[in-house]
Structures are given as structure tokens and as C-alpha cells.
Design a protein around this ligand. Structure first.
Ligand code: GDP
Length: 363
């Protein structure tokens, strides 16, 4: 899962991104991720893994990971295409979801590019850049569709949809706010529109506001706006995240409980990303390693197997499956089998979050 961090200058992006890279997963564990300076890889926190590690006395634990891309530099005028602007928009095209950091803290020592703190104006500024870029793309699509319509009348439906998208964009609205049927949604997905990408607004508040963020009017404004776009809101204090990233797991828990928080802002962000993108994890366990794997909700057993290895998907026979809770109640895989809690699932099985699976396959 790839998330791209955007936001105006001086809102706390670098502070958050540095916290992410410091808290970051050991890159040796994630050989498939390309680690570049603008990429931070963090593991998805999952308490079930440690329970399984103890049960199997496994050598190592491999949580699943999320990649954060620092897309700093997106400013007013980016869509006009001057040099770097286009590059940033191109970077956004490559991520699955946008994390928009919005400043909700006052600090006279930190200047705001527009002279005063105003989260809704910030949101509009960035969203308009994405909207302008989408408009250009849609205009080109419309021209092409009109030409092709002469030979192929079946394209009328698509043209109507494109016109509707154009109208929405011209009103200054993001496409993710548009009501679409399932078919339309599939079509729009292919256009790779920036304003259609799922978005999480990160409201960056001051240390004092973190515990009672609802008292912060700016956070309330961001929430109101997010509702109109089916977006998620996560409240963090980037400064505190930066402090947390220096701590080990035990110190982190202690620090959070002293603050009266149940999880760090980064963990909240990761979970919001999971929810927004419809993701979940299944688990594999053995003496060598315990591991979590990310799949989309609704994936069937062979697709899940394919996450591990393409051969597993091609030669899929069945999935020996037990839910994490059943396995823990039974105490061991052998005991779970004895109690009949381990099921043999076939090709049509829809994998559930927390399933512990052993795949049987032909090579
Ligand atoms: P960027 O330009 O968006 O990357 O912003 P930075 O992360 O560089 O932050 C700009 C300034 O705001 C720095 O001086 C940070 O220390 C400060 N800052 C960032 N997050 C917070 C916060 O949560 N509270 C306060 N008071 N200051 C912050």
C-alpha cells in the first residue's frame, strides 16, 4: 500500500515524514520495497503476530508494511505545469491514497504561506490543483470520445459520464464527492483522476489540543469538509509523533498511556488507510516465521495465496484455515485440529481478517 503525503509548506509534513522514517521498519525485512529518500516504510501494527510468535516459537516476525511517499512541494500553480509542478502531480498519480496534512495549530513563529492559519482554504488550494490537472485530462478524453462516437454510438454513455465529471470539476469539486454507480466507478478508475483518489486529511494540532481535539474549531471544520468527500480525518500532533518515533515499543506504550492515548497518530493513520482502501490482513505462522499479508476485503483464497507466491495461486488446491481467535482459544494448531476448528477451504472461500492459513498447492 502506497500513501502520498501532500500539503502546503509549513504545515508539518517533514516533521511527520521524519517521524515515519525514524519509526520505520527495517528495510532488510522488506526486500521488495524500493527505499528512496522520499519513501518511508512502516510496519502495520498487529498485536496478533506476537501471540503467534510465542505459540510457534518462531524465529522472526514479519508484519505487513505501508510505504509513505513524501510529495512535498505541491503548491499553488502546480497544475499550470511549470517544471516541478507536473512532477509532483505525477507522483500523486502513482500512490493509492493521498494523505493531506492540514495545519490546525497556531504558532506565531511558524509562518503560513497565505498569512494566516486556515485549514479549509489550505484544503481548497491543494484540491484545486488536483482538480485543474483532472480537468485537462478529462477535456482530452472528451475530445477523443467525441471523435470516436461518430463510428461507435455505444460510447454515448461514456461521453455522458465524462461530461458529468467535467461539470463537477468546473464547480471546483473533487470527483470522489460524485455519486457513481458501480459501473461508472469502474470506468472512472481507469481515468486515474487525482481528485478521485481516496484521501485522508491529517489535522496537525498543537500538543495542547491533542487530547481534546474536538474543542479545536479548525479540526471540526476539517471533519465537516471530509464528510462531503467520503474522506477520513486523523488528528495528530506531528511534534509528538516525532518524539514517539525515538522510543522503543515499551517506552512508546508507556508514553502514550501517560498522555491518555490508546495509539500513536502514525498508527491511527495506518489504520485509517486500511479502512479507506478496504484492506485487511491474513496471517501465516510456523517455526521459521510469523507473517501478516495485506489483501483487499472480499479476496478469495487463491488470490490470497498469490500474495505469497504466484505459484501458490496457479497450483492452489485448498487453504487450511483457522480464525486467529479459535487458534488462540485452542492453544495450538494441533489442538485446534482436534477440536475441528481448522477448516479445509476451497477456491471460492472469501478470506477473513485474522485467518491463519496454510495453503496446499501443486507445483
Ligand atoms: P512542512 O513545510 O510542511 O514540511 O513543515 P515542517 O514539518 O517543516 O514544519 C514547519 C514548522 O512547524 C517547523 O518549525 C515545525 O517544528 C513546526 N511544527 C510542525 N508540527 C507542529 C506541531 O504539531 N505543533 C507546533 N507547534 N509546531 C509544529
Amino acid at each position: 500500500m502506497k500513501l502520498g503525503i501532500v500539503g502546503l509548506p509549513n504545515v508539518g509534513k517533514s516533521t511527520l515524514f521524519n517521524a515515519i522514517t525514524k519509526a520505520g521498519a527495517e528495510s532488510a525485512n522488506y526486500p521488495f520495497c524500493t527505499i528512496e529518500p522520499n519513501v518511508g516504510v512502516v510496519s502495520v501494527p498487529d498485536k496478533r503476530l506476537e501471540v503467534l510468535r510465542k505459540m510457534y516459537d518462531s524465529k522472526r516476525v514479519l508484519p505487513t508494511a505501508i510505504e509513505f511517499y513524501d510529495i512535498a512541494g505541491l503548491v499553488k500553480g502546480a497544475s499550470k505545469g511549470e517544471g516541478l509542478g507536473n512532477k509532483f502531480l505525477g507522483n500523486i498519480r502513482e500512490v493509492e491514497s493521498i494523505v493531506h496534512v492540514v495545519r490546525c495549530f497556531e504558532d506565531e513563529n511558524v509562518v503560513h504561506v497565505d498569512g494566516s492559519v486556515g485549514p479549509l482554504r489550505d484544503i481548497e488550494t491543494i484540491n484545486l490543483e488536483l482538480i485543474f490537472s483532472d480537468l485537462e485530462l478529462i477535456d482530452r478524453r472528451i475530445q477523443k470520445a467525441r471523435k470516436m462516437l461518430k463510428g461507435d454510438k455505444s460510447l454515448q454513455k461514456e461521453l455522458d459520464l465524462l461530461e458529468r465529471i467535467k461539470e463537477t470539476l468546473e464547480e471546483g469539486k473533487s470527483i470522489r464527492a460524485l455519486d457513481l454507480t458501480e459501473d461508472e466507478e469502474k470506468m472512472v478508475q481507469e481515468y486515474t483522476l487525482l481528485s478521485f483518489k481516496p484521501i485522508i486529511y491529517v489535522a496537525n494540532v498543537s500538543e495542547d489540543d491533542l487530547l481534546d481535539s474536538e474543542a479545536n474549531k479548525m479540526v471540526a471544520e476539517v471533519r465537516e469538509h471530509a464528510k462531503t468527500e467520503n474522506a477520513e480525518v486523523v488528528v495528530i500532533c506531528a511534534k509528538i509523533e516525532s518524539e514517539i518515533s525515538e522510543l522503543d515499543d515499551e517506552e512508546k506504550e508507556q508514553f502514550l498511556s501517560e498522555l491518555g492515548l490508546s495509539e500513536s497518530g502514525l498508527d491511527k493513520l495506518i489504520h485509517a488507510g486500511y479502512r479507506l482502501l478496504g484492506l485487511m490482513s491474513f496471517l501465516t505462522a510456523g517455526p521459521q516465521e510469523v507473517r501478516a499479508w495485506t489483501i483487499t476485503v472480499g479476496s478469495k483464497a487463491p488470490q490470497a495465496a498469490g500474495k505469497i507466491h504466484t505459484d501458490f495461486e496457479k497450483g492452489f488446491i485448498r487453504a487450511e484455515t483457522v480464525s486467529f481467535d479459535d487458534l488462540v482459544t485452542a492453544g495450538s494448531m494441533a489442538a485446534a485440529k482436534e477440536k475441528g476448528l481448522v477448516r479445509l477451504e476451497g477456491k471460492e472461500y472469501v478470506v477473513k481478517d485474522g485467518d491463519v492459513i496454510l495453503f496446499r498447492f501443486n507445483v
